[in-house]
Design a protein around this ligand. Structure first.
Ligand code: MF3
Ligand code: CO
Length: 249
């Protein structure tokens, strides 16, 4: 069931999203050669708690950390580790969220560590702009398929591919609510978008083929062909005046 949020609920959720965005920005600024993904995770958790929030990924289906940190050919759900140091030239996808007063925020971005390849730069740029194409399509009267259709068209015309096995989602009192928000699909298909819907739109884009595999740790998702991958996500509310991004600092 898709839950439409009241303006009272949106006010609380906005705070969860503000905390999520601040935590993501804090981690992004700390990405540099030699830092471990564990240290980045700790920064995220400390920031979220300092703002009166709670890390909403922690213990979600047994997930052990605040953030998912996925490097280079890792797509999503990389588990922070004291043994994993970030190197110059890496691209680092950070996905995290906060819960505040029972409501959730969720956002992600891919950061460059030092100088990265031209391909990596273009991949990050295309993925971020694909997110904005998806958000632009999230208008009252449009359908879920308009979001994924816009993202897929943008990504594929740049020569990259959209991950199929993982999708965006509704968000509210639960981190993952109905509806699913695929980053691919056909404009005009799927449920109608209504004011008060809150969606996490999150394109995952591979430089090569869209196929992915899960590592034996049960979490880390990598590209099957070893190509680079990027991920950008915002929590968005659909309003009569158009889509509004909630995960802003
Ligand atoms: N970040 C994912 C999302 O955007 C959820 C992470 S699942 C977790 O929907 F278990 F890692 F928390
Ligand atoms: Co999400």
């Amino acid at each position: 069931m898709v839950v439409l949020k009241t303006s009272r609920e949106l006010g609380i959720m906005k705070e969860a999203c503000r905390i999520s965005a601040g935590a993501l920005q804090t981690v992004g600024k700390a990405v540099e050669p030699g830092v471990t993904t564990f240290e980045l995770d700790k920064l995220a958790e400390d920031y979220i708690r300092s703002q009166g929030g709670e890390p909403n990924f922690k213990n979600y289906h047994g997930y052990p950390a605040t953030a998912c940190i996925s490097i280079n050919n890792e797509v999503i759900h990389g588990i922070p580790s004291k043994k994993r140091k970030i190197c110059a030239g890496d691209i680092v996808s950070v996905d995290l969220g906060a819960r505040f007063d029972g409501y959730n925020g969720d956002n992600a971005a891919t950061f460059a560590c030092g100088d990265v390849s031209e391909q990596a730069k273009r991949l990050m740029d295309v993925t971020e702009n694909a997110l904005y194409e998806g958000i632009k399509a999230a208008c009252v009267g449009n359908r879920i398929g308009d979001i994924g259709g816009a993202i897929q068209k943008f990504v594929e015309s740049a020569g990259f591919s959209v991950v199929r096995q993982y999708v965006g989602h509704g968000i509210g009192t639960d981190l993952h609510e109905a509806p699913e928000v695929p980053n691919f699909g056909t404009a005009g298909r799927g449920i109608r978008l209504l004011p008060g819907m809150t969606l996490a739109i999150e394109p995952m884009v591979n430089a090569g083929h869209y196929d992915v595999k899960v590592l034996p740790d049960g979490w880390t998702v990598k590209t099957k062909d070893g190509s680079l991958s990027a991920h950008f996500e915002h929590t968005v509310v659909i309003t009569p005046d158009g889509p509004k991004i909630m995960t802003l600092v």
